[in-house]
Design a protein around this ligand. Structure first.
Ligand SMILES: [Mg+2]
Length: 416
């Protein structure tokens, strides 16, 4: 049974974790931008021979179109659909506007991806009402101010809040009240548990485990025998709604990063740099918003055979300057054999201090001379101006130069 004593276990006695998730995000943005597409099947994805679907409107899902499906298959299922190449810059701007509304409600926001976040609303009660009222308020604001539909799940743990928002989709809100967690969770199929993909699902079905309730009832030993110790223990905990993870905001995070998976491998240096620029721009802006500076910059790359490499560099002092992060990342890129083709790139910054050294951090690979310092100070000034203009005139007011030409790219991020 889940523990219930908040003083010793940290388990909440009230459902105050929100998981919010935009519905069919990329497709919804396209429908918002072009009213002719509203109420019609829209598929956003890579259009080359190996292209995959990264978002499908609910109208397209009726035909069986799903994220991560090859675009060619989606075309067969839904020939009347409108097929669009992703416009990542545009989605990024909508994402930032939505996240700004969330952070306007509470600083306790943990952004998971462009279209998903956790919020801890335990402490905003008196101002904004109970968690359900906060969730309803967010849905209303995102719809009226931006025009997108947001689904909300509310529960006592992160895991359950995410399950709840999935069940609430599309365009819904679902609260799983304290005390009712297992009654809600146990009838659901095992695939709602993190860590259950098709392979583990098959192994579990072989021992007669089909629902979350079966996982809880069968006990830990048979689970461990079926799927191994780590996964077995993890599933047993989740099936009992044991998930002690707190909401970790950017301010407290050990690292701030963004990654992007491509439907088709990218391999040319300009193409990769353009992707990295976009990631660096948003990572830098999150670091500055959190009032931090980072000393360690990490580049992550996954090759087409799924081998993953990371390359890190630690600066002499912390930085929040996008130009410094970029210079470091591009130097790290020299250590990656990108001509093999990359399936994913990521930029992560870590090793934070409180931002007092934000303008320094010039020592990307030696050679910190005065000229470099003055360039970095000018870059910091550019960041400040860009952040300020965006704050006052909206996220789309300024774009990094590298975004120009982004709209015709064919390598989408997978996101739902
Ligand atoms: Mg979503």
């Amino acid at each position: 049974m889940p523990q219930t004593n908040p003083s010793t276990s940290g388990v909440r006695t009230e459902a105050s974790i929100l998981h919010v998730d935009l519905d069919a995000f990329y497709a919804s943005v396209e429908q918002l931008e072009n009213p002719k597409l509203r109420n019609s099947p829209v598929v956003v994805g890579g259009i080359g021979t190996r292209g995959v679907v990264c978002a499908a409107s609910y109208e397209a899902r009726k035909f069986g179109v799903r994220s991560a499906m090859p675009t060619a298959q989606a075309r067969k299922l839904c020939p009347q659909g409108t097929f669009l190449v992703p416009r990542m810059g545009l989605y990024g701007e909508f994402s930032q506007r939505v996240m700004a509304i969330l952070r306007d409600t509470t600083p306790l926001v943990e952004q998971l991806s462009v279209d998903e976040a956790f919020l801890d609303v335990a402490s905003v009660h008196r101002l904004l009402g109970d968690p359900e009222e906060v969730g309803a308020h967010l849905r209303e604001r995102v719809l009226s101010e931006i025009g997108l539909s947001l689904s909300v799940g509310i529960a006592t743990t992160k895991f359950l809040a995410k399950v709840a928002s999935d069940q609430a989709k599309p365009n819904g809100l679902l609260v799983v009240h304290a005390g009712g967690e297992l009654a809600f969770l146990h009838p659901l199929p095992i695939r709602v548990l993190w860590g259950v993909g098709p392979k583990n699902a098959e192994k579990l079905q072989r021992i007669g485990v089909k629902t979350v309730g079966d996982v809880a009832r069968v006990g830990i030993a048979p689970l461990v025998a079926a799927v191994g110790k780590a996964v077995g223990t993890h599933l047993f905990d989740l099936a009992n709604n044991r998930d002690p993870r707190p909401i970790v905001t950017d301010r407290e995070a050990k690292s701030i990063g963004h990654e992007e998976t491509f439907g088709e491998d990218i391999r040319t240096r300009p193409e990769i740099e353009r992707e990295l620029f976009r990631l660096i721009d948003s990572v830098g802006s999150r670091i500055r918003k959190a009032g931090l500076s980072a000393r360690t910059v990490t580049l992550k790359a996954r090759y087409s055979d799924f081998q993953t490499v990371t390359r890190s560099h630690t600066l002499d002092s912390g930085t929040a300057v996008s130009g410094v992060i970029a210079r470091t990342v591009f130097a790290l890129l020299d250590q990656v054999d990108h001509e093999r083709g990359l399936r994913l790139v990521g930029v992560h910054c870590s090793n934070f201090d409180d931002g007092s050294g934000a303008i320094q951090g010039t020592l990307a690979f030696g050679d910190a001379n005065e000229l470099q310092n003055s360039i970095d100070e000018r870059r910091a000034e550019v960041d400040r101006v860009v952040d300020d203009v965006r704050r006052r005139f909206g996220k789309d007011a300024v774009q990094p130069a590298a975004r120009i030409g982004m709209n015709d790219r064919q390598n989408p991020t997978l996101a739902d």
